[in-house]
Design a protein around this ligand. Structure first.
Ligand code: NDP
Ligand code: 8X3
Length: 248
């Protein structure tokens, strides 16, 4: 039986690699994003396997409508809440409010709205939800407050959702990656490709395909098994110590 996945943010990075992985394996893929040109290019590549939908996660009406898809596209087995972004790592007081608001509205509000809209279908099909959190949810770093806060929300939302869904058979996973080279840092820095290249230079970061492999593994586990959280990093990334202010 053909299975259906809805992936948010298929125009780049993890979402794009995952759309290719699932479509290539015979799944129907509903893929969203704001950039229509990229959605059209992906539709040309994947053909009938893809239903491309131009949706901004901040547009709650449009997000809600994703819960009302009909016929075969409405038979959703898996939701991958992937779309997301980070504001710059500049000090909070110097960061434009619009950048902060955009991140909260996308990473939290849009994700919750979409999950809520799809829950009836997911319960009906004893489906699965994979939510993109981050190592930032657990390990603080300078300039990360808003982004990390949104990802800590996603992690806790995922765990608590399992309580709501007890007895339904619906599985929920919070996935918490460290550094992966995608467009993430280009977006975070406001388009500074050089800064992004510099960040990942010589450190062998994770790739979007690494993440697609993990999503694929999760999607193919037996239905009695729930992976609550997965934290993963490139070997070259690890932890720093506390900062101590000796004048305080
Ligand atoms: P990319 O920037 O490469 O891709 C982000 C995707 O999200 C794009 O398809 C973009 O589409 C979409 N998106 C962003 N904002 C919106 C919006 N308002 N409405 C609709 N779609 C939106 O980043 P990644 O692939 O790296 O990131 C994917 C997820 O993984 C994010 O949630 C990120 O926080 C998380 N993550 C990333 C890590 C990394 O190191 N790369 C590590 C840990 C977590 P478009 O612009 O067309 O709308
Ligand atoms: C982003 C992960 O390590 O680049 O979610 O902050 S990291």
């Amino acid at each position: 039986m053909t299975r259906t996945v809805l992936i948010t943010g298929v125009t780049a990075g993890f979402g794009l690699a995952t759309a290719r992985r699932f479509a290539g394996a015979g799944w129907r893929v509903i893929g969203t994003g704001r950039r229509g040109d990229r959605l059209r290019a992906l539709a040309d590549e994947l053909g009938d396997a893809l239903l491309p939908l131009e949706v901004d996660m901040r547009d709650i009406e449009a997000v809600d409508a994703l819960g009302k898809l009909e016929a075969r596209w409405g038979e959703i087995d898996l939701l991958i809440n992937n779309a997301g972004l980070a504001p710059p790592t500049t000090p909070m007081s110097e960061t434009e409010w619009q950048r902060i608001e955009q991140v909260i509205d996308t990473n939290i509000t849009g994700l919750v709205a979409l999950t809520r809209a799809l829950l009836p279908k997911l319960v009906e099909r004893r489906g699965q939800i994979i939510n993109l959190s981050s190592v930032a949810a657990t390990y603080p770093y300078k300039g990360g407050a808003v982004y990390a806060g949104t990802k800590a929300f996603v992690r806790q939302f995922s765990l608590d959702l399992r309580c709501d869904l007890a007895g339904t058979g619906v599985r929920v996973t919070s996935i918490e990656p460290g550094m992966a080279e995608t467009e993430f840092t280009v977006v975070r820095t406001g388009g500074d490709k050089e800064a992004s290249d510099k960040l990942y230079a010589g450190m062998n970061p994770m790739t979007a395909d690494d993440l697609a492999d993990v999503f694929w593994w999760l999607a193919n586990l037996p239905p009695h098994l729930n992976i609550n959280t997965i934290e993963l990093m490139p070997v070259s990334q690890s932890f720093a110590g506390f900062v101590v202010d000796r004048e305080a």
